[in-house]
Design a binder for this molecule. Sequence first.
Ligand SMILES: Cc1cc2nc3c(=O)[nH]c(=O)nc-3n(C[C@H](O)[C@H](O)[C@H](O)COP(=O)(O)O)c2cc1C
Length: 190
Amino acid sequence: MNTFTNLIKRRITCRNFSDQTLSRQQLQDLIHAAVWVPSGSNNQPWRFVVITDRNRLQHYSDVAKAAWLADLDAAPHIRQYETFLKDPDYNIFYNAPALIIVYGDTHSYWHVYDCSMVAYNLHLLAEDQGLGCCWIGFGHNIFADPQVKSELGVPRHYQLVAPVILGHPAVSSEHRNNPNQRKPFEIHWI
Ligand SMILES: Cc1cc2nc3c(=O)[nH]c(=O)nc-3n(C[C@H](O)[C@H](O)[C@H](O)COP(=O)(O)O)c2cc1C
């Protein structure tokens, strides 16, 4: 099997990071490589916010957890994680040294698909470079909040698509096999 297929199958989500930071240059290079995706009408409708201040991430984690817990009825898909969200030691960003938030331009019809591919590319690039990566759905409430967006300098017509944490894994992933199996699915041949 070629190495790119191996890379795709080897990638797993990382939730445990070392203290090692990522430089601005490293993060910038990752973003500049990740945007090489197809996009609807070639609009390339993305922009990014990068947060490397762990205290600020801790603050956003606390705010996000409180907001989910305050209205679980409005977010039934989150209810299964209630115990995590009630744990004061649980940081939704897992103390990662960097968060890249991908926003999509709502003037562009396909922005969610386009930006999701960029987010996945960040996962693949991370795997390729021995870094860890995780899409943080728990961050979707705060980073979509108009006040937080304004705080982050994001124009109103940009919609949150993907908050993605990155860092060096606490345990090296070099020789690991992906323990996750794929669930059965249908292929309907015509
Ligand atoms: C849209 C989306 C939201 C996710 N949100 C979270 C999250 O908030 N916290 C978390 O720990 N993992 C999150 N994940 C990671 C998934 O839990 C993970 O991809 C899944 O369990 C499969 O594991 P794998 O990535 O190792 O294959 C998210 C993944 C996606 C694609």
